[in-house]
Design a protein around this ligand. Sequence first.
Ligand code: NAP
Ligand code: MG
Length: 482
Amino acid sequence: MSFLEYAPAPESTSILKLQKSYGLFINGEWVDGGDKSYTTISPSTEKPIAEIAHASAKDVDRAVSAARAAYDTVWSRMSGADRGKYLFRIARLIQERARELAVAETLDNGKPIRETRDVDIPLVAAWFFHYAGWADKLEWAGLGPNPKALGVAGQIIPWNFPLLMLAWKVAPALAAGNTVVLKPAETTPLTALLFADICQQAGLPDGVVNIIPGRGEVAGQALVEHPGVNKIAFTGSTAVGRSIARTIAGTEKKLTLELGGKGANIVFEDAAVDEAVEGIVRGIFFNQGHVCCAGSRLLVQENVHDEIVEKLTRRLGTLRLGDPLDKNTDIGAINSKEQLDRITALANTGESEGAERWTLDCEIPTNGFWFRPTVFTNVATSNTIAREEIFGPVLSVLTFRTAEEAITKANNTPYGLSAGIWTQNASRMLRVADELRAGVIWANTFNQFDPTSPFGGYKESGYGREGGRHGLTAYLSNGDAR
Ligand code: NAP
Ligand code: MG
């Protein structure tokens, strides 16, 4: 018998003190937006959460001017130790308001509360603590004004880890002495707006952080084109990343791009099977597979294929899909109708191209956007689902015989963001890792993040690194975080 039905009630949204509508956060104030406003909805219910102002190109200009003034008059003149104090204050406020932030993120994004509570928000705090510590450690930080910051950083983030992507970008930028104009994704502006409130609460000087929700083609594009912006940091699709690179080519702007992926999770015959199965689940079903570094291709050694697939589907049978605010939920909602349609179309292509489809047998709620965890076996390397990023809870299983074949197959993608290797043979682990063209390689684990580790891609997954010392260099004019 299961006692799950006696489990605590779903997390209540009553701890959220949300406004009916939100403006833009520019120069420390809430102001109206010039582009038409937009209702952010909860993807698990399709119910409206709040009305969000959208920034026009004029608003972007206002935000950049505010960031420039704050940079020139306050932030670039402040000592590293003082900047660090603000960052520590922000980190502590994130901890204090962690529960509220987790509920808001789950509501706006659709991901399970267990993830926002135990992964997203703790990592957000960890990122701010990490970079707060850097602010006064840079060699020249004790000298007073920061001679090496870039100036105004324009930051554009996606919807899959809304507040965490903000933290990855805002924390190092501020620690290095830059000011920020950040555009959150259209479908997930909520936690970025709560973050603006936290900046106010922390007494951050006006204009140091500006948050401007808006549409990619309007606010995002205007930010990228703005001559007053010294650096663009973008996380999102490869297509948009490419167009941003084209737009700023030949200007003085610095650019870092964190783009898509098609990560290989490689399981050798000697792997610890149960742990590998957990790692496969975490690799592709964490956050509904809305993870750029997801292990979306499982490469499994031929002689353990059947055993792994059998154990995997049995394990998937225990996953609970449903209300993301329920603490027992493993699989939440897909972030938008648009993304759901994309996933559905790609999965259908997998079937029509001849792969064998397994789908978790579970009910899905009537409202909202849902996709049942799906595993494709008998996938050929030429199949669309083996090549294109699906960005959803869909795993493609391929097989290999030798380590050489595994390496060739793993590298057979225009992407190069992540990979995982499962083996108990340490020399094989190191040799294979050496041959993989991926920015992050996990050894007997998957989807682990840490603010001290650099993260970023090879090939079409982008360039530049976020996290640790490497993440700081992306915000310094000499690229040298010493
Ligand atoms: P997206 O369409 O590229 O959007 C990302 C951000 O860029 C959003 O804020 C978007 O605004 C904005 N944007 C769209 N068009 C723009 C333009 N022309 N100029 C400037 N900004 C523009 O990507 P997505 O569909 O939201 O996110 C999924 C993709 O991001 C996946 O391919 C995934 O792999 C990738 N991703 C990569 C990483 C990484 O670290 N490498 C992390 C997360 C996601 P709107 O919201 O208005 O569209
Ligand atoms: Mg939303």
